[in-house]
Design a protein around this ligand. Structure first.
Ligand code: ZN
Length: 410
C-alpha cells in the first residue's frame, strides 16, 4: 500500500501512546501536522509505521506490539550545515512504554469513555448533536451522533459485538474529522463537508452493545449475580476478551427480524448456545440493543416533509477486510463502489460459503431484505479479535476515503 498523507491538521488516528510521546520528544504540540501511515508488509501483525511531517522535517515512527516506538528523522529533514549546504541526517530514539495493552484499552475504549467523547464532540462542533436512542440490558445509554440536518439520512453503526470496540473509536474519528472539516468549510476527497450537511444527516451510532464492550474489556465479577451468570455463559472462564454478545449472551447482530425462525433451526443443528457468537435470542428484537437500533432505523426511514429517507446503512465490524452485502438490486452498485474505494473485498452473504450463518438476523440482512435499503457489513482490519489498538491508525487510513465518499454516494 502506498503511504497516504492525512491532510487535516490535528485530526488523525495516531494511537494514544504516540500522542503522549510526541510532545515529549519534540516538546511541542505542533508536531501534529501531517501523518502518514504504512503497515510493515513483512511482519503484518507485528509492526506498523507512522510518518509525521513537522514543518519541513519528516519523522518516522515504527511501532511494534511490544510497545517500543522508535523515532528517526529522515529524508526531507535537512539540516543546514556550514557553507549553506544541506545534509540529510538521521537520528534514532527508542521509547518503551510500560502501560499494558489491556490497561490502555480499558482506559480508551470503555463505554463511559465513549460517552464522554460523544459529549465533547457535540459541544465542540456546530453541526453535531448527541442523542440517547436506547438503553442496554444493564442500563447503559446507547447514544448516537446526528451530524447535519439534511433530509437524506445515512446510518453508520459500530460495536454490535463486544470485542469489536475498535470500530467505535474509528467511527468517532470519522465523526470528528467530518465535523471539523464542516466547521472550517473544508473538503475531504473532493467532498465539501459543510455543503453535504445541508442536504444530508449522518447518523453515527458507534457502540450498539456497550455492555458487551465493557464485558470484553473488563470481564465480569463472579461474585455478583450478573457476573456469575456471565461466567457460566463463558464456560466458567474469566477470560472475556473475545466476548461478542450482550449481557445475557445474545449476539445482537443475529437478533434482527430477517429469516429468524429459519436460523433458529440452523442454530440448533449447529449447537450454538447462549454466550456464543451467533446465538440469536428468543425472538426478533428481543434484546434492548437490537430494538434501539431497529427503532432508530424505522425513525430514519420515515419519509420527511421534503421526501426524507434513509439512503444506506453501514454496519462496522472486525475483521477480514471484506464488505458483506446481499445480492439485491439496491445493494449491488453500492457494494462495488465501497469495495473500490477501500480495497476491501466485495462478498455476497447470500451466495457461497459466507451464507451458512452470515445472512440471517443481521442488521444489514434486515435493512436490505425487508426495508429494501442498501445496507453493508464492513469487516475492518485483519487478524484476530480483539484487534490491537495499534491497528487503529492503519485501519482508519484504509476506510477513510470510503467513509467520506459514502456520505455523498448513496
Ligand atoms: Zn462483528
Amino acid at each position: 500500500m502506498q503511504p497516504r498523507f492525512f491532510s487535516a491538521p490535528g485530526i488523525f488516528p495516531v494511537p494514544p501512546h504516540v500522542c503522549t510521546l510526541l510532545p515529549v520528544y519534540f516538546n511541542t504540540a505542533a508536531a501534529f501536522c501531517q501523518v502518514l501511515i504504512e503497515r510493515d508488509k513483512v511482519c503484518r501483525r507485528k509492526n506498523f509505521s507512522i510518518y509525521v511531517r513537522i514543518r519541513n522535517i519528516s519523522v518516522f515512527f515504527r511501532i511494534s506490539m511490544k510497545r517500543r516506538i522508535s523515532v528517526c528523522h529522515y529524508g526531507a529533514g535537512r539540516k543546514k550545515s556550514g557553507g549553506g549546504k544541506t545534509d540529510t541526517y538521521r537520528e534514532e530514539v527508542t521509547f518503551t512504554e510500560n502501560i499494558s495493552e489491556k490497561e490502555e484499552r480499558k482506559e480508551g475504549y470503555a463505554s463511559q469513555k465513549l460517552a464522554e467523547r460523544l459529549g465533547r464532540l457535540a459541544e465542540a462542533h456546530r453541526f453535531v448533536r448527541c442523542q440517547t436512542v436506547g438503553r442496554s440490558l444493564c442500563g447503559r445509554n446507547i447514544r448516537a451522533l446526528f451530524i447535519g440536518c439534511g433530509e437524506k439520512r445515512l446510518l453508520y453503526t459500530g460495536a454490535h459485538h463486544g470485542s469489536e470496540y475498535i470500530t467505535s473509536a474509528l467511527l468517532c474519528d470519522f465523526a470528528e474529522e467530518f465535523a471539523s472539516a464542516a466547521d472550517m468549510g473544508g473538503r475531504r476527497f473532493g467532498v465539501d463537508c459543510r455543503d453535504v450537511l445541508e442536504r444530508r444527516t449522518l447518523v453515527i451510532l458507534p457502540m450498539v452493545n456497550p455492555d458487551g464492550v465493557d464485558i470484553a474489556l473488563m470481564g465480569a465479577d463472579k461474585n455478583t449475580p450478573l457476573g456469575a451468570k456471565l461466567w457460566s455463559l463463558n464456560k466458567n472462564s474469566g477470560d472475556f476478551s473475545h466476548w461478542q454478545a450482550n449481557a445475557r449472551g445474545v449476539d445482537p447482530n443475529h437478533n434482527y427480524n430477517y429469516r429468524f425462525a429459519e436460523y433458529k433451526q440452523l442454530e440448533k443443528s449447529l449447537g450454538i448456545q447462549p454466550g456464543a457468537s451467533g446465538y440469536s435470542g428468543e425472538y426478533p428484537e428481543s434484546e434492548p440493543e437490537t430494538l434501539a437500533v431497529a427503532r432508530l432505523v424505522n425513525r430514519l426511514s420515515a419519509a420527511g416533509a421534503q421526501g426524507g429517507r434513509l439512503c444506506a446503512v453501514l454496519s462496522f465490524h472486525t475483521q477480514g477486510e471484506v464488505i458483506f452485502s446481499h445480492n439485491t438490486r439496491e445493494c449491488i452498485a453500492g457494494a462495488a463502489f465501497l469495495s473500490r474505494v477501500s480495497g476491501y473485498r466485495d462478498e455476497k452473504t447470500d451466495l457461497g460459503a459466507a451464507g451458512l450463518t452470515g445472512s440471517y438476523g443481521g442488521l444489514s440482512d434486515w435493512v436490505s431484505r425487508e426495508l429494501l435499503i442498501p445496507a453493508y457489513t464492513v469487516e475492518c482490519g485483519k487478524g484476530k479479535n480483539p484487534l490491537p489498538q495499534s491497528d487503529r491508525g492503519y485501519i482508519y487510513a484504509r476506510i477513510r476515503e470510503m467513509l467520506f465518499l459514502s456520505a455523498v454516494y448513496f
